[in-house]
Design a protein around this ligand. Sequence first.
Ligand SMILES: [Zn+2]
Length: 142
Amino acid sequence: MKLKMTIPSTTTTSYVSAEEVKKKSDGISDKGYFFGEIDWDDATDPIVVTVKCTTYIDKTLTGKQKKDVEAHEHQHFADFITLAGQMKKDIEGALKGGKDPQIQDRVNWLNYDKCVKSAAFHRQTAGYSAEMCFKPSSDRPK
Ligand SMILES: [Zn+2]
């Protein structure tokens, strides 16, 4: 089995209304929100893993505030891409070793790690964290 997984080098940025940002972020923010998601199909050979990145920014922001929000969301993108890159290596390693790639478990753990990173970043920058991160019930795949 082979893996087909492309890590995007940029996120697609959408400038939308504050209301729309709030909707996309489930009420977490009305200024900016990074949405990173992984889809996969492991019933095929190659296994196809799709990494989707979208950043939503309030279109009414200007100047320094806009730059700050963009920089903040870019950090979330960078963290997500780092985790996705590591997951890609891990899947390739598992496949090479003839092991079950455990895509579902890996994605669950990636989402958990993303949440933990995000919470740490928010504590660092905003002084508090908006997220509660729940550990997957599966063991972390090796
Ligand atoms: Zn944030």
